[in-house]
Design a protein around this ligand. Structure first.
Ligand SMILES: [Zn+2]
Ligand SMILES: [Zn+2]
Length: 203
């Protein structure tokens, strides 16, 4: 049963393209989590992993009931060698919940045991420098975002990025997002950007 987890069951979730070039794509990360689940004997290996550019200084977080993990591309682009540790940290939260239920305390002995099994020290916090990101978040600089659906080309200009269903093709998570300062000039620059120019940011 658990052995199926590592067998690349073809992730059903499309990959989010809002990723720093050197960071692994979500489907690769999902494959890695399924490998971990197999090693940890977690029977239910359904999991989704996404990069979330709205996270400020948190390296990652886990939604254990949904089996969903989010990673911070800005923080992890600074320490690509720590992606696996952070991913394993969050995967171990999901695994601890599936194996031991609510009784498993956040960073309790079950979680620590899973981390050690995976070959990582059970550190609770990361040591990647993020003071500037924290300051940035406090300043709450305002941007305007252009969201382009990578599947159908539907465009949306908005003050906040939304990741729901695309109005054009109903798909999720195929979005390419670029931003500019929330000024008239910034807005105009985004309006003028061609699809190819947006895509070029992610090539
Ligand atoms: Zn944690
Ligand atoms: Zn679309």
């Amino acid at each position: 049963m658990a052995a199926e987890c590592g067998a690349g069951a073809g992730a059903m979730l499309a990959s989010v393209s809002m990723v720093e070039p050197q960071l692994p794509q979500p489907d690769e990360l999902e494959r890695r989590v399924r490998e971990l689940f197999a090693a940890w004997r977690v029977a239910d290996c359904a999991v989704t992993v996404a990069w979330n550019g709205r996270l400020t200084t948190t390296a990652g977080r886990a939604f254990v009931r949904r089996g969903h993990i989010e990673l911070n591309p800005r923080v992890l682009a600074r320490a690509v060698d720590q992606v696996d540790m952070v991913l394993t940290h969050e995967a171990a939260h999901v695994a601890a919940f599936r194996l031991f239920g609510d009784a498993a305390a956040d960073h309790g002995r079950h979680w620590r045991g899973l981390m050690r099994l995976a070959g990582h020290a059970p550190d609770v916090t990361h040591k990647i420098p993020v003071d500037d990101l924290r300051r940035q978040a406090r300043r709450r600089s305002r941007y305007v975002y252009l969201r382009l659906c990578g599947a159908c080309g539907d465009r949306l200009l908005a003050a906040a990025v939304r990741y729901g269903r695309c109005a054009g093709c109903e798909r999720r998570d195929e979005f390419l997002v670029v931003r500019a300062p929330a000024t008239a000039a910034g807005r105009k620059a985004l309006e003028r950007m061609s699809d190819a120019e947006v895509r070029a940011h992610f090539a």
